[in-house]
Write a protein that binds this ligand. Structure first.
Ligand code: GDP
Length: 196
């Protein structure tokens, strides 16, 4: 359990992020995937990450510090249609540079809505992570919104899709911020990586 969770800073690019002297974990996903809710759940704070009703509003890298030992990064949501192409380009570069060059980044948690079939934008992002050799895990969100049968079906779809290009599956978590599911598993995983 996290005892202390604090906002550190918002940055426009990775070079403005705090000095890279603590292990860092980034959370990313399509807009509205439930990222802020998940961050609030795992940090034990109701409104640490701001749940945005305006997709694509916060286009900044938000850094939080957990228990004085590691950083949690809230990356802007991707995949919203309303942002003009030019803006989207800059936004992508900001995220991609952060992920590729941030020295202390240990793992990226890619959030995916468990109700949806594999989406091109997520699959492309996964391919890019693979190409760059960035360690990542998948976190399926909003588990409470579907039946376990449906979830199993969607999960198997995803695994099949991933195994077309990957030899091994990434670590996969299932979560629900409303039902407090997945919190201990995700935190346990972060702890285990911090111990290395
Ligand atoms: P973000 O844009 O990815 O940060 O997503 P938010 O955390 O703001 O959530 C988007 C919407 O989904 C909000 O209306 C949340 O209340 C809802 N939501 C987020 N997580 C869950 C969940 O686990 N279960 C359910 N039922 N709704 C959720």
């Amino acid at each position: 359990m996290i005892k202390k969770a604090e906002f550190v800073t918002s940055s426009q690019k990775y070079t403005d992020c705090p000095p890279p002297f603590k292990p860092e974990y980034a959370f990313i996903g399509r807009s509205n995937v439930g990222k802020s809710s998940l961050i609030n759940m795992i940090s034990n704070k109701k409104a640490l990450a701001k749940t945005s009703s305006t997709p694509g509003k916060t286009q900044l890298i938000n850094t939080f510090e957990m228990d004085d030992t590691w950083y949690l990064t809230d990356l802007p949501g991707y995949g919203f249609a309303k942002v003009p192409k030019g803006v989207r380009g800059g936004f992508n570069k900001m995220i991609y540079d952060y992920i590729e060059f941030r020295k202390n980044l240990v793992n990226v948690f890619l959030l995916i809505d468990s109700r949806h079939k594999p989406q091109e934008i997520d699959l492309q992002f996964i391919q890019w992570l693979g190409k760059k050799g960035v360690p990542f895990s998948i976190v399926f969100t909003k588990l409470d919104k579907i039946s376990s049968t449906e979830y199993q079906k969607n999960l198997n779809n995803y695994k099949t899709e991933l195994l077309k290009t990957w030899e091994e599956l990434p670590v996969i978590f299932s979560s629900s911020a409303s039902s407090q599911i997945g919190k201990l598993e995700i935190l346990g995983y972060i702890d285990s990586l911090n111990e290395h």
